[in-house]
Design a protein around this ligand. Structure first.
Ligand code: SF4
Length: 223
């Protein structure tokens, strides 16, 4: 297939899919049939992209799929990549579904200076590459169901391995740490500065002190 004949995929923006039940699949198939879709692709960010959808039918297609769609976070987090959502991987030691849901509704200051990409892994094999994301979660222990939290990773043109900013934290401690870390970043980073560049400029030790100082501020969010 020549580059010019590659199918044009249209991504359904603003929504993500979790796992699909058999009833969900029936709805998806019905939509594929009704809107004459040629191909469906599930993206690494749990979105879907389709070919063959007429531009004029986009809104109707999204509306038809509404029962299957979960809104993407609108709190400044751009995307959340995760695995073992409901314990589907044989290697998984923590189900990630609750953490992902709570991340999506975390109350954060806005606008964020740059995109915030998050990855959550269900075991230390790290298939979702949490050390290369702005925020990463890796299980600290299968027995205690706790998390190690990472900040400032990037896999792009200026790659950076994220720094660990928390260890052996409960789900709620992890979320509170992320809230404080993003609050400091949002307050101090220059416009369009990603977390990796921010940490390069501020140095980890200083960043941790700023986060610690912010710990005295009650979030009031009861996370
Ligand atoms: S990180 Fe990989 S091996 Fe581990 S639970 Fe996720 S998909 Fe499975």
């Amino acid at each position: 297939m020549s580059p010019t004949s590659l199918p044009k995929f249209i991504t359904i923006n603003g929504y993500r899919f979790d796992s699909l039940s058999s009833d969900d699949l029936k709805i998806l198939w019905s939509a594929v049939d009704k809107f004459k879709i040629d191909r469906v692709r599930f993206t690494p960010g749990s979105q879907i992209a389709v070919t063959g959808l007429a531009d004029t039918q986009y809104a109707a297609f999204v509306s038809y799929l509404q029962p299957l769609l979960k809104p993407q976070p609108n709190n400044g987090i751009s995307s959340i990549l995760n695995c073992n959502d409901c314990g589907e991987c044989k290697n998984g030691c923590i189900k990630t579904g609750e953490l992902v849901d709570r991340l999506g509704s975390l109350n954060l200051p806005q606008p964020m200076p740059g995109r915030i990409k998050v990855a959550v892994s269900g075991c230390p094999r790290c298939c979702t590459m949490p050390r290369l994301r702005d925020i990463g979660f890796i299980p600290a222990s299968a027995t205690t169901q706790t998390w190690n939290v990472f900040f400032g990773g990037n896999g792009g043109r200026k790659p950076r391995i994220a720094d660990q900013i928390g260890a052996n934290l409960t789900l709620f401690e992890s979320l509170d740490l992320v809230r404080r870390a993003l609050t400091v970043y949002q307050r101090e980073a220059e416009d369009r500065m990603r977390t990796a560049d921010y940490l390069r400029s501020v140095v980890l030790e200083n960043f941790l002190k700023k986060i610690e100082k912010d710990a005295s501020i009650d979030s009031g969010q009861r996370i």
